[in-house]
Design a protein around this ligand. Sequence first.
Ligand SMILES: *Cc1c(COP(=O)(O)O)cnc(C)c1O
Length: 391
Amino acid sequence: MEPKTRQVESARLQRVPPYLFADLDRRTEELQRKGVDVISLAVGDPDLPTPDHVVEAMRKAVEDPATHRYPPYAGTSGFRTAVAEWYLRRFGVRLDPERQVLALIGSKEGLAHLPWALLNPGDVALVPDPGYPVYRVATLLADGVPRPLPLRPALGFLPDLTEVPTEVARRARLLFLNYPNNPTAATAEVDFFAEVVRFAREFDVVVVHDNSYSEIAYDGYRPPSFLQAPGALEVGVEYHSLSKTYCMTGWRLGWVCGQAEVVAALAKLKTNLDSGVFVAVQRAGEAALRGPDEPVRDRVATFQARRDLLVAGLREAGWKVTNPRATFYVWAEVPDGFDSVTFAQHVLDRAAVVVTPGVGYGEVGDRYVRLSFTTPDHRLREAVDRLRRVR
Ligand SMILES: *Cc1c(COP(=O)(O)O)cnc(C)c1O
């Protein structure tokens, strides 16, 4: 028989970069097979449970047969209204729940589909480096051209938009941003967002701000919304997620809100791809957004105590780290002589602790590793003790 020449993966799928950490995974598994107790600080997935009143709302909703049918495509009006009310309370931004809010099957889903709704082949999307990998990969899959926006420590990991060459800015259709930021934990203020609005107007770019971590902030800090910047509602959208705020990563619920035509374009695409979010999950989401603030405050207090433990431990051990005022990540510079992958391997070999190599978030990230503190306290304490012994 002739050998098959046809590739299983389409040319489009082949554009998706290969998984970078196969080696690291193999070494982790090897250690575990030998009986070594490996602690992972690699994933950003809260170990704390969803608040009780949210679980209770879900339990009730599941028993109501009205939730068993197809949901409305754009989300229930109850959920979208709860979003608009939460926005007004939290940010002082007024949204029309009908035209400016769309429910998502987690924000990742909506972020990944947006380039399909807005990009023509060859259109540029400006993506932060380092950044959440979905922005870049979704652009590639939609025949767009991702161009990196380097985030450097000198500017507090904010991009320098004046650095974008004019001919690139003219071809740009999308600008992805994310503050509080994964993976650097950097934050941005409204005056930066106002600059972003000016850039978007000048070059007719749609701004896509990912605000998944707006409620995970410490020491009393309250991160702003991009939509608070004057004119933002005309040039962009903001993504939110229930995942991090309410420890609901498994439930799959988020939303996008802002510029009505962008919201409508994504909604049109999605009516052809999926059939919405389980109504019971949306009712639980309503309960979360309308519910008491204490459960969120308690969870954030737990993360803050862990942050203090991790940052203090790493500094004692001589690591160069900043104290994050939001997210549950520490972005740590790797020592000279290492890149992000070789340093992650070194930490694994010496301490049996898994950290994420920064190169997974882009080339500029290769000088860093990311450590998350979504691990139970006693495990984090053990990890810190071990990391003190590295180097
Ligand atoms: C976790 C995360 C998301 C995805 O959240 P879901 O709503 O669970 O899909 C999106 N963006 C960033 C930056 C994240 O870290």
